[in-house]
Write a protein of this length. Structure first.
Length: 471
């Protein structure tokens, strides 16, 4: 498995996916306004949070066992058999509580929520099967397909007058297309599920479910709590800020997806030294985009929200700065998380997740009531820092973590130089249009790139990676 090529494919696909997401979020936010698009964001939040229960960590367990080289049809059959129970529980709960669900969302969407959870689980299972078969790079086109389908279908239905339901229907179609694409790339082969394989999957899943819950809580719990205590306009503005911050993590998440199957295979063969050598390199590349994005936010956050989305979204400008700092922590933490899972220690990651998850929920309730959107961002960032710190401690008990202080420090220095240039431009130029904003971003990006290439160590890392891509 060529990690560089897999990461590059995933990065390219996620960049394209992010572009579709950016265009869609910008267009739909302007067309619907913060309140209406807030309904859709709450719908998505419930889909993701309910999927934690519907999956119970089983998809990750299927990927892990397949990556170990075991009999794939037996694993798939055992995993799907185990998934039926939690998925049925979620379906029954949504139907019984449909009145409360509709009231919370602000629209009659409970039946569609049930369909969405089922389609979401099937789409993600098709992706996890490909990753488990060491074909992570092939999932790239499916991720683009899903997002492009959402954008095009949503825009068409919005023009036909479907309102916020246009985005919901488009989401369902996107999930369905990803499922069909996954089935085409890897037609399912099933076998009689064995009790031993079901136990093996369940043993991994019981810890992995906690970790998955933690990931979704970081991504969606703050939004769900904002929906409880604040307005749907606040939900819309905060989620727009969150999605902007996600663009900076495209590379780090792509690397994380690509390195997990290979690290898992190395752990199975006892090649711990290869895992140790990969960790610092993965950290550097994970931080490559997210550090400059964070440093630029204090200068550009309000302009980005105002120019691209509208004045009503600028209430989330301070939250956007804090959320971008959380993405720096998460980018570094992604490598640690994947390494812990790869060495088959999901129980340790689960311990870290439980503590930080509870912290996240409590802090979100307290700080949202006290400080609004900024409080939600601060709560999520503190919880992410706690989680990453604990995982670093646990991983260091099994492998040597050589943190790349010099390289990350140089990225930070380059980012500060970039921010100084941007601040200077803004002091003499007022940003009122997309063209002006894009120009400032391009100048900042060019400045950052120039400073990064001044470092011989970073030049060597980048050149080596390019050579591997071309090999």
């Amino acid at each position: 498995m060529n990690i560089a090529k897999s990461s590059a494919k995933l990065f390219a696909s996620r960049a394209a996916r992010a572009l579709f997401l950016f265009i869609g979020t910008t267009y739909f936010a302007r067309q619907l306004g913060a309140s209406e698009i807030g309904v859709f964001f709450l719908f998505q939040a419930l889909v993701r949070l309910l999927s934690v229960i519907a999956d119970f960590g089983l998809r990750g367990a299927i990927e892990k066992r397949m990556s170990e080289g075991r009999h794939a049809p037996t694993i798939l059959s055992a995993g799907v058999s185990l998934k039926l129970a939690p998925l049925s529980i979620v379906a029954a709960a949504v139907w019984l509580l449909r009145g409360f669900v509709n009231e919370y969302l602000g629209a009659d969407l409970a039946p569609l929520l049930l369909v969405a959870v089922v389609l979401y689980e099937s789409s993600r299972l098709s992706i996890d099967v490909l990753r488990g078969r060491m074909r992570a790079g092939e999932t790239a086109s499916l991720e683009v397909l899903e997002q492009a389908t959402w954008l095009l279908t949503g825009a068409a239905l919005l023009e036909l007058g479907f309102g916020v339901r246009a985005l919901v229907y488009a989401l369902l179609v996107g999930y369905a297309m990803m499922t069909l694409g996954g089935l085409y790339k890897q037609p399912p082969r099933v076998a009689r599920p064995s009790m031993s394989m079901m136990r093996s999957i369940a043993d991994y899943a019981k810890y992995h479910s906690v970790n998955i819950a933690g990931g979704y809580v970081y991504s969606w719990m703050d939004l769900a709590i904002i929906g409880l205590f604040l307005t749907q306009a606040d939900v819309g503005a905060y989620e727009v800020a969150w999605r902007i911050s996600l663009f900076a993590t495209i590379l780090s998440t792509s690397i994380g997806v690509a390195i997990f199957p290979q690290m898992s295979a190395w752990d199975t063969s006892g090649a711990i030294d290869r895992i140790e050598s990969l960790i610092p390199t993965a950290m550097v590349f994970s931080a490559l985009f997210v550090i400059p994005a964070f440093v630029a936010m204090p200068v550009l956050s309000a302009d980005i929200l105002r120019v691209l989305f509208g004045q009503e979204y600028t209430i989330a400008s301070a939250a956007l700065i804090v959320l971008m700092s959380q993405k720096v922590i998460s980018a570094i933490g992604t490598t640690i998380t994947k390494a812990l899972n790869a060495i088959d220690r999901p129980n340790l990651r689960a311990r870290a997740t439980v503590g930080s998850l509870l912290t996240n929920v409590v802090l979100n309730v307290v700080l949202v009531l006290q400080f609004g959107l900024l409080g939600a961002a601060v709560a999520t960032t503190i919880a992410a820092a706690i989680n990453t710190g604990i995982q670093v401690y646990y991983l260091s008990r099994f492998v040597t973590i050589d943190f790349p202080y010099y390289d990350v420090g140089w990225l930070a220095f380059s980012s500060l130089c970039m921010a100084a240039i941007i601040f200077g431009i803004k002091s003499i130029y007022t940003v009122n249009a997309i063209v002006g904003l894009a120009g400032i971003v391009l100048v900042g990006g060019a400045t950052y790139t120039a400073f990064v290439f001044v470092s011989p160590r970073l030049r060597f890392r980048l050149r080596l990676t390019i050579d591997r891509l071309l090999a």
